[in-house]
Write a protein that binds this ligand. Structure first.
Ligand code: ADP
Ligand code: ZN
Length: 706
């Protein structure tokens, strides 16, 4: 008999098991009942799919959503595995055909919705399976749906309790990604699991990078900028339906393919939009939390939260839709401390006091997540009862630790100013006084006569605002809950004023060196090939009407681009390449790789080292002045790099340096005069135009003509 490892390679193309999978599979082969608690992306499906293939009989998989079922079955079939589903989307004849197929023994995995499995009508068919080919085991995917304590309780799941009584000798396997112990206990008792082997894995998703950014006033620009610097597909979660619509349409205006998704759209539109996303026809889904469990897309590369989620568990689940294929992916939360008032409002609507209390506790925790200066994983995993040691190397606080500074004196200035205006004003007004503003209202109130007037000119408004907010977060100052947001001193504030308490503030540590990565021509070559392989994958997928990831996952394409196999033999060894896929797609991918290697090993027109350095800093959003300073070069040298980079078709945004009106004027003159030295063009344009502007536009025009 083939070893488990060999079967793994044969059916799924993987070289090794992930932690825990092998033990689970062995226990399944020994007919143990099992409870498997694994985070999303952990590799749950394999835990029932491989035993299903190795055991006698057919495995019955219960899955709550039709779309999930279809996706899994397609993926299995695409590996040449006998799998099928029965659900309400099929007509009578198709059901008959599939039933015959099942009884003929060709099928190893049958996916069903829970209501069908327990329906009276289905029992006859079930009995004939038992008496002919036999049932190897039942697998309950998303088993938390059986518990009222979980987040998606489903009545139909409750009926699964009958299975144990009807088929006492057929093993049960329950799988979930829900972290709470209460739900876990409930699953065991509801399903009546017999002495189950329980496998609980860490909820740490090490391939995800977590970051919290203050949500800026110009939020749209912030989101756009983020997306322009991120790669691949992404989800943007918003609180309100209207925001999803607005954001999606603005992104489309900026040539980024995006669709909205929320509960107000009809079923047809929702499934159409969802499909476009899964097939990579559209890059971004701007969605409310209605976009969720049914989405089987393993290669989501980022999830941005536009608003504060209600609690850590929702944040974990929603952001966790990124990187299910274990490839590096980003989760970014845009945070504005005022978000809590919105959630607060909804909590107040709850009539049940106990529920209110729990909701407040949860809110406090999620705010702690957003505001912590320590490793974000400590808060996140702590919520699930896991002790995490910190230093994760995969969150903003660990990668770019803030420095803690003593701001006691500044805080005293700030707080005494509040006292002087008798606690009747908001943060903006206080800052204006501190910075000695000449605004009319300051004079009107006589606040220019206060002793605190103008004593804070050494700090910017942003710094003062940051201090004010930090004081509020740290509970060292109060703010009224109404729309005036008036600042009120509390006991702690007075302790600071009396020098009994110090104020520590975490400030951004902006060392640029840390963000610099070395330019490496080999990496660029791999990236170019990867892009081509992705294109090929998309073309093939469209032809077959399936999602691209079903052909090969991103990780397999990456290895392909790195190793660049030249024979089917080498290709077959790569992780994710099964015998079946090799036959079906091997030739096509090989041809693409060979074509690439012949033409494109390091194209000659790549940026050189110094140009590349400038490009990298530009991509990290540094201004021209900052780049010049960082590199110890003059601004005009940097500008000439930009011109050269534009000509080399590198992603430099001309609009950042020359406004559209000027661009048009300059282009006009270039067209009129033809290819002339800069000086000639400048003489014609006059003093309003700089050499740099002309040089950039000229480069851009050359690029277009090439
Ligand atoms: P879950 O259902 O737990 O969210 P999946 O079963 O969808 O996770 O698996 C997540 C991803 O990990 C899939 O792309 C799957 O193919 C991949 N995977 C699972 N097991 C392995 C393994 N042993 N080696 C490599 N990749 C694996
Ligand atoms: Zn961390």
């Amino acid at each position: 008999m083939a070893s488990l490892q060999q079967s793994l390679k044969q059916y799924f193309g993987y070289d090794s098991f992930r932690d825990g999978q092998e033990e689970i599979i062995n226990q399944a082969l020994l007919n143990r009942d099992l409870l498997i608690i694994m985070p999303t992306g952990g590799g749950k499906s394999l835990c029932f799919q491989l035993p299903a293939l190795l055991k006698k009989g057919i495995a019955i998989v219960v899955s709550p959503l039709i779309s999930l079922m279809q996706d899994q079955v397609t993926a299995l079939q695409d590996n040449g595995i006998g799998a099928t589903f029965l659900n309400s989307t099929l007509d009578f004849q198709e059901v008959r055909r599939r039933e015959q197929n099942i009884l003929s023994g060709k099928i190893k995995l049958l996916y069903l919705a829970p209501e069908r499995l327990v329906s009276e009508r289905f029992q006859d068919f079930l009995n004939s399976i038992v008496s002919t080919i036999g049932i190897s085991f039942f697998a309950m995917d998303e088993a938390h749906c059986i518990s009222e304590w979980g987040h998606d309780f489903r009545q139909e799941y409750r009926q699964l309790r009958q299975l144990r009584f009807r088929f006492p000798n057929i093993p049960l396997m329950a799988l979930t990604a829900t972290a709470t112990t209460r739900v876990q206990k409930d699953i065991i008792s509801q399903l009546n699991l017999k002495n189950p082997a329980i496998h609980r894995f860490s909820f740490n998703r090490s391939n995800l990078y977590y970051e919290v950014q203050p949500r800026q006033k110009r939020t749209y620009q912030q989101v756009l900028n983020l997306i322009q610097h991120l790669e691949g597909s992404g989800i943007i979660y918003c609180f309100a339906r209207k925001t999803t619509e607005d954001l999606a349409s603005r992104l489309r205006e900026d040539s980024i393919s995006a669709l909205p998704y929320h509960g107000g759209l009809n079923d047809e539109m929702r499934s159409q939009y969802q499909n476009s996303f899964i097939r990579d026809d559209v890059r971004i889904m701007v969605a409310t939390v209605a976009f969720g469990m049914g989405i089987n897309k393993p290669d989501v590369r980022f999830v941005i939260h536009h608003d504060l989620p209600r609690n850590i568990e929702s944040y974990y689940q929603e952001s966790g839709r990124a990187g299910r294929d274990s490839e590096p992916s980003k989760c970014i939360l845009l945070y504005n401390p005022n978000d809590k008032y919105k959630i607060d409002y909804f909590i107040k609507q709850k009539s049940n006091l106990q529920e209110q209390k729990i909701a407040y506790q949860q809110l406090t925790k999620v705010i702690e997540y957003a505001e912590t200066n320590y490793c974000r994983r400590i808060v996140q995993l702590g919520y699930f009862g896991e002790k995490f040691k910190g230093d994760c190397d995969g969150c903003d606080n660990c990668l770019n630790p803030k420095e803690i500074e003593d701001w006691t004196i500044e805080a005293q200035k700030f707080l005494s100013c509040i006292a002087r205006v008798e606690e009747k004003f908001g943060i903006k007004h206080i800052i204006e006084i501190l910075r000695g503003s000449r605004a009319e209202k300051i004079y009107k109130y006589g606040h220019h006569l206060l002793s605190t007037y103008g004593i804070g000119k050494d700090k910017t408004s942003t710094q003062w605002e940051y201090l004010g907010k930090s004081l509020i977060y740290q509970g060292l100052l109060n703010q009224t809950n109404d729309s005036y947001r008036i600042l009120k001193l509390n006991k702690e504030s007075w302790e600071i004023l009396r020098l009994k308490k110090q104020v520590k503030i975490a400030v951004e540590n902006n060392s640029i060196e840390k963000r610099l990565t070395e330019f490496n021509p080999k990496a660029l070559e791999i990236e170019l090939l990867l892009q081509r392989l992705k294109k090929l994958r998309k073309t093939l997928a469209d032809k077959e009407n399936i999602a691209p990831y079903v052909i090969f996952g991103d990780s397999t394409l990456k290895i392909m681009a790195q190793i660049q196999p030249k024979t089917l033999e080498t290709l077959s060894k790569l992780s994710g390449v099964t015998e079946y896929k090799l036959q079906k797609y091997g030739d096509k991918f090989l041809r693409e790789i060979l074509a690439f290697c012949h033409q494109e090993i390091l194209p000659t027109n790549l940026p050189n080292h110094t140009q590349m350095k400038t490009l990298q800093l530009y991509q990290q959003n540094l201004t021209v002045t900052e780049i010049a300073k960082e590199r110890g070069l003059t601004i005009s040298t940097i500008m000439s790099h930009f011109a050269e980079l534009i000509e080399l078709k590198q992603p430099i945004n001309l609009d950042k340096f020359v406004n559209i009106e000027k661009q048009k004027k300059i282009l006009n003159i270039i067209h009129q005069l033809g290819n002339q030295p800069l000086k000639v063009i400048k003489d014609k344009l006059g003093d309003n135009y700089t050499y740099d502007e002309i040089r950039l536009v000229k480069a851009w025009q050359k690029k277009i003509n090439n």
